[in-house]
Design a protein around this ligand. Structure first.
Ligand code: ADP
Length: 464
């Protein structure tokens, strides 16, 4: 499966975005760290220069390293004096400056003559060299200026700046590349999953395998997707089976309906009316076939119904059973109903639960001899319906809840084979179980349904 153009575009965008963001974050962090390193180094180096300048001042109890300044004015060309007074100048109150003649003199500022206490300032020499200047008043308006070039510091700071710029650029490039590679590796399973999903959306083929495994988030997504497609595929298979079964089962009643209608139509066309008895038989048969037909369609609709359409309200099982017994009694042929039912409730859908009980009672009526007794028993959590008919042999019990299954003996009787399938569906939707159990004395058929008893609700609490 080739990635589509759109998927590729999205992937590139996402990758590029992550790489770019990572690069930006790394660049910002490095910029901040570099700026701090640069400022701290600058401050330290300047501090060292200032400290070196200040040690030349006379301290209490110590003379300091400043020379006799008068020599600067009287003998500025003396070689030994020049060596000794390297970097020292004397600013006089009249604006003149005494300094060794070889000195690259500091450019004097107007405020320099006004200092009253030792002060440090940045300055520049006549030839343009940046210097740090210590001004020290020695009385009578005279100020000593001791200077030190900042060239070494500037060189060191420039080197540091260059090193920081190279490191920053390399780190950003490295971070961006690593982010790009990692994102690509991380996106491979997501990309595979996207392609599979797009393939399924295009072809509607839910059997397409999802090739994403592993214990990470992508693996989890892959497993969730596999489970979802499996559930969808299962539901689709069930729907298909139901439609196929329904089509197959509807064919027989439809054929006999059509035969009867055709018989009537042909006699009309030929103008040869059917004998009265025959015609009445066909009409009665048509009538019962349409009744059965609509019952079958109704049952099919019930089976096809989605579990989520069922309501979830508090239902009195004893009331449901009483209503179902009344309805089944109205179509029973002289059967007696022996009902012993304790009151209890389930959470569920009242019409579905009544249909469940009615299907079981209708079967009991249909399969047991007229005049026999049908026992209905119920207590919290279960109900049983038992008749005195032939029962269901053990080998048939696993089939009776299948759609359209009917025992060979039952095939001559009215019915569709959907009644017990509906019962099983309803029981499952209510979280219960249903089974054919052996009656205590081994006679007749006994169906036992178990349903979860409604949990005791506190006053005002909502159900469902
Ligand atoms: P239907 O009653 O329409 O045939 P059901 O799904 O209700 O369909 O029942 C399926 C089959 O199970 C019946 O055809 C019958 O063979 C068997 N069966 C169900 N209930 C009884 C019963 N009470 N006694 C004997 N056989 C039964």
């Amino acid at each position: 499966m080739k990635p589509t153009g759109k998927a590729k575009e999205r992937r590139l965008l996402l990758r590029r975005r992550i790489a770019l963001t990572t690069g930006l974050i790394v660049a910002t962090a490095i910029l901040a760290v570099s700026a701090i390193a640069w400022l701290v180094t600058d401050d330290n180096l300047r501090g060292e220069v200032d400290q070196a300048l200040l040690t030349r001042l006379p301290q209490p109890g110590r003379r300091g390293q400043l020379p006799k300044f008068d020599g600067l004015c009287t003998n500025p060309d003396s070689q030994p004096l020049q060596r000794f007074t390297e970097g020292v100048e004397l600013f006089n109150p009249d604006g003149s400056v005494c300094a060794p003649s070889s000195l690259d003199k500091v450019v004097k500022l107007p405020a320099d003559g006004a200092v009253t206490a030792p002060a440090l300032r940045d300055g520049v020499t006549v030839s343009g060299v940046k210097v740090r200047v210590l001004l020290y008043p020695i009385g009578n308006g005279r100020v000593v200026a001791v200077s030190r070039p900042l060239t070494d510091i500037d060189n060191a700071l420039n080197q540091l700046r260059n090193a920081l710029i190279v490191t920053a650029l390399l780190s950003v490039a490295l971070a961006g590349t690593v982010a790009l590679l990692l994102t690509r590796a991380a996106l491979v399973p997501v990309e595979r999953l996207t392609e599979t999903v797009e393939h399924i959306a295009r072809t509607e083929d839910l059997e397409t395998p999802v090739d994403v495994t592993g214990r990470d988030e992508a693996g989890r997504l892959g497993r969730a997707f596999t489970a979802m497609t499996a559930a969808l595929s299962d539901s689709r298979r069930r729907q298909r089976d139901l439609v196929a079964d329904a089509a197959h089962e509807l064919r027989t009643p439809l054929t006999s309906l059509r035969t009867n209608v055709e018989l009537l139509a042909r006699s009309e066309q030929r103008g040869r009316p059917l004998p009265d008895g025959h015609r009445a038989k066909i009409m009665a048969s048509l009538q019962s076939q349409t009744v059965e037909f609509s019952a079958l369609v109704e049952e099919l609709v019930m089976l096809a119904r989605d579990e989520r359409e069922l309501s979830r309200v508090e239902v009195d099982v004893d009331d449901v059973l009483a209503r179902a017994v009344r309805r089944a009694g109205s179509r029973a042929g002289g059967h007696r109903f022996d009902v012993e039912v304790a009151p209890w409730q389930v959470i569920g859908d009242p019409p579905s639960l009544e249909r469940l009980a009615l299907n079981l009672l209708d079967n009991a009526v249909k399969f047991s001899p007229s005049g026999s007794t049908i026992e209905v028993r119920s207590a919290p959590g279960w109900l049983t319906i038992r008749d005195q008919g032939p029962g269901i042999p053990a080998e048939h019990r696993e089939h009776v809840f299948d759609r359209f299954w009917r025992s060979p003996e039952a095939r001559g009787m009215p019915g569709s084979g959907l009644g017990l399938a509906i019962v099983a569906n309803t029981v499952m939707a209510h979280g219960g179980t249903v089974e054919i159990v052996e009656p205590p004395d081994g006679r007749g058929c006994c169906v036992r349904v178990e349903l979860p008893v409604r949990p005791a609700a506190r006053d005002g609490q909502e159900i469902g």
